[in-house]
Ligand binder design. Structure first.
Ligand code: ATR
Length: 286
């Protein structure tokens, strides 16, 4: 890839994670920076997990404009912020930290925007009043998804292997309904959208054994995991002829508002960042 030109006055932002080497965010943001001809650069950071707090605290004051935050630091990032937007509070996690010049740290969560963007793009008309959205999982990723779906007016059922955690999510996010893992089949029968927000499906993790055959033919199946892009869960859904939404669309959907917050300029729409990302993932497909 052609190196981006930037000066000593460049605006610096980045992504922090552990590991971060697989992150597609530098590729996406630097492509937008180049297209917008900004004097800026977006770099990866990977502090030791037990040094995350010290790393973030050292950036107070704005020499780095802000950071996207990925696993495993999203909850810790929220804990370090002085102010947080409602989406970050609802998720109990932040995927974006902005460093104000007065030393304050502002936390935001743009994952929910990304999730709704991905559904709108890859499954237009997904928001059906005919049945609830079913979210699998009860961690920060699931909380963010539940909050976004409730905000979009969907009924939401939260299904988690550990039922108590599903109940906690429903207690915190008014309107969501907890469902025991043993009742998953019944919950899926009515579902119009099913979203995997568990860690299962991640490369190296076991897949999910979900009875997708009970879903109606118009149900939409989404996985928040994007590495691999076609998770075993999405492959199963495709094999059944169901509409699918991938985590890469969500990644790009959260990057758009992140870019604007970090660099003060809209992400140039003419850049096909999905094609760039697919190439980086070794795929050429849609
Ligand atoms: P995050 O905050 O990143 O979303 P987390 O808090 O570690 O991550 O939550 C991971 C989620 O994946 C949990 O809902 C977990 O279920 P439990 O609460 O029962 O642990 C879920 N999960 C992980 N592996 C799973 C598997 N093999 N089958 C079903 N759920 C799984």
């Amino acid at each position: 890839m052609r190196p981006t030109a930037f000066s000593g006055a460049a605006r610096v932002a980045g992504v922090v994670g552990a590991p971060v080497r697989q992150s597609l965010s530098p590729l996406i943001h630097n492509a937008w920076i180049a297209a917008a001809e900004l004097d800026a650069v977006y770099v990866p950071f990977s502090p030791a997990p037990n040094r995350f707090d010290a790393f973030v605290t050292a950036l107070k004051g704005g020499s780095v404009a802000g950071l996207n935050v990925t696993l495993p630091f999203k909850a810790a990032a929220l804990g370090l912020a002085d102010v947080a937007d409602p989406a970050a509070v609802a998720a109990g996690a932040a995927n974006l930290l902005l460093f104000c010049q007065d030393g304050r740290i502002e936390a935001r969560n743009t994952d929910g925007i990304g999730l709704l963007h991905a559904l709108d793009l890859q499954a237009p008309g997904w928001a059906s009043p005919a049945g609830p959205a079913v979210v699998l999982g009860a961690g920060g990723a699931a909380r963010g998804a539940v909050a976004a779906l409730l905000g979009a007016g969907s009924a939401v059922h939260v299904v988690n292997r550990t039922y108590e955690r599903a109940v906690e999510v429903a207690d915190d996010l008014q309107g969501a309904q907890p469902v025991a893992w043993g009742q998953l089949g019944e919950a899926l029968t009515e579902a119009t959208v099913v979203i995997n927000a568990t860690a299962a499906g991640l490369e190296g993790e076991g897949g999910l054994d979900i009875p997708l055959h009970v879903l109606g033919p118009h149900a939409v199946v989404m996985d928040m995991v994007y590495m691999p892009r076609l998770t075993p869960f999405l492959r199963q859904a495709k094999a059944r002829g169901l509409r699918t939404v991938d985590g890469l669309a969500m990644l790009i959907g959260q990057a758009v508002p992140s870019f604007e917050a970090l660099f003060g300029c809209p992400a140039p729409p003419e850049v096909d960042v999905r094609a760039l990302a697919l190439r980086a993932l070794g795929e050429a497909g849609p």
